[in-house]
Design a protein around this ligand. Structure first.
Ligand SMILES: Cc1ncc(COP(=O)(O)O)c(C=O)c1O
Length: 478
């Protein structure tokens, strides 16, 4: 790795440094062409320009101590207040600004664990029930916090959590139920009302993960989209997470974790006075906490206002309906479940879905090939947002051209899969760089034709997949 960025003598040529930075970012996925159907949630240049300035305005602040930075208190209370009312939370509800969905999710699990330690101290091996569609960050939380994650099936038609499976897996050590509103992969809402009733009956906490859709769904309801109940109006919902840095269209680094009352939030906080420095009361995992994502979000909410969001979300919903309807008319592919917002998973009726993804990539689209797991078959995920909404028609045309004559979907050759499983198991001594080169991965870039790689990984066990991808990522940062 070169040392050019840390020369002996610094340079005062700021323009040159910024130009190098711009050049560095040229290959990154961007909202520029409207061809990206994953990763990007973008409300357009005007909003982004304000966000950039407002982000810079928050840069030097630190939310670690709101008595030293009173703006941190005001910003957080304003953002949490707006979110609580958006989610129709009761008067006594409270919340916290976190750095993103994963942090909100981890904290929702910590809340459940520490709340159970206080109220159900006989439970020594707590578990939570996760639909197999729940975001992976819950399993990450389980891993970090010593709470067992028990996966429950989703209905293969609706992709919603099966309440039968939830009831079957629930036991005396269960402390938390989780539902998504909606799930990332398929954009469907779990049966939150039924989960709420069960949580109340069994005295459990219920977290509704609305990280990706919590900002969108209330606006969709306002414009007449038919949605099931999913928010604090459902008795039994004890916490919700909503990311502003996704469909709130604000810069990365901000999510809100809402708790039904203060006692729950107390279980979320961490405090420490047993060291020689300043006493710590941390609402989140962070210590020092940048104000920049908060100042940017604070500005974007004012820039768009409710009507601005409503307009962007109406446009996105219209494009989503157009996409779902269009896919329904193409022979050989189908939508999984019944998406309630711009998160759509499509799969084939026998053709190789990874080959289809390659054909779309070759036509200039950025899409997300996704492996089979549980009752969800291998599919391609599309995120529709205001920046790509007007491209849906062109995308459908290319999908129609790409779908005929796909090779049959098939498992990768068994001996190769067995070899990969073995490599994953004893991964220590292998030359990961050489293996990546063999797959055509060079300088961290995937080859144009990725289907062979995806077919192999899809045929591997999830454990082998985790290990192999860990090796790949490690290689990229070595
Ligand atoms: C439903 C859901 N929950 C949690 C997360 C994690 O969010 P983040 O990537 O901000 O950590 C995501 C991310 O896409 C998500 O879709």
């Amino acid at each position: 790795m070169s040392n050019e960025i840390f020369p002996e003598n610094g340079s005062t040529d700021d323009d040159a440094i910024l130009q190098r930075l711009a050049a560095l970012r040229e290959d990154d996925l961007s909202a520029k062409d409207g061809n990206a159907f994953a990763f990007i949630y973008d409300a357009g240049d005007a909003v982004n320009q304000l966000a950039r300035k407002a982000f810079a305005a928050g840069m030097s602040g630190n939310g670690l101590d709101p008595t030293v930075y009173p703006s941190a208190r005001r910003l957080e209370n304003d953002l949490v207040g707006a979110t609580l009312s958006h989610l129709r939370a009761p008067q006594e509800a409270v919340g916290t600004v976190t750095s993103g969905g994963t942090e909100s999710v981890i904290l929702s699990v910590k809340t459940a664990r520490d709340y159970a330690r206080k109220h159900r101290p006989h439970i020594t091996e707590p578990n939570m029930l996760l639909p197999e569609t729940a975001h992976a960050s819950f399993q990450k939380a389980a891993h970090y916090l010593g709470v067992k994650a028990i996966l429950v099936h989703v209905d293969p038609q609706t992709m919603q959590a099966s309440m039968e499976s939830v009831r079957a897996k629930l036991d005396e050590n269960t402390i938390l139920l989780v539902g998504s509103a909606p799930s990332y992969a398929h954009g469907v809402i779990d049966p939150i009302a039924e989960m709420g009733a069960l949580a109340q009956e069994k005295d459990l906490l219920l977290h509704v993960d609305a990280c990706i859709g919590g900002w969108v769904l209330p606006f969709e309801r306002e414009i007449g989209v038919d949605l099931p109940e999913f928010d604090f109006q459902v008795p039994g919902v004890t916490s919700m997470s909503v990311d502003l840095h996704k469909y709130g269209f604000t810069p990365k680094g901000i999510s809100i974790l809402a708790q039904r009352n203060r006692e729950l939030r107390n279980a979320q906080y961490y405090s420490c006075a047993t060291w020689t420095g300043y006493s710590i009361i941390n609402p989140t995992i962070q210590g020092s906490k940048s104000l920049a994502p908060m100042t940017a979000a604070w500005a974007v909410l004012q820039r768009l206002g409710k009507s601005g969001y409503r307009e962007l979300i109406a446009k996105t919903w219209k494009a989503t309906e157009q996409f779902v309807e269009g896919v329904g008319k193409i022979d050989g592919i189908r939508v999984l479940g019944n998406p309630v917002m711009g998160l759509v998973a499509i799969t084939t009726k026998g053709g190789d879905v990874f080959e289809l993804a390659d054909r779309l990539t070759a036509a200039g689209w950025h899409v997300q090939p996704t492996y089979a797991f549980g009752n969800s078959p291998a599919h391609i995920h599309f995120s529709i947002d205001p920046h790509n909404a007007s491209k849906v028609g062109a995308l459908l045309e290319d999908l129609e051209k790409a779908t005929p004559n796909l090779p049959d979907s098939a498992e990768a050759p068994a001996p190769v899969v067995q070899l990969l499983e073995a490599v994953a198991q004893g991964a220590g001594g292998m030359d990961t760089g050489a293996m990546m080169a063999e797959f055509g991965i060079k300088d961290g870039k995937l080859p144009g034709a990725q289907a062979p790689i995806h077919r192999l990984l899809n045929s591997c066990s999830p454990t082998a997949r985790e290990k192999l991808l860990t090796l790949f990522l490690g290689e990229m940062f070595s």
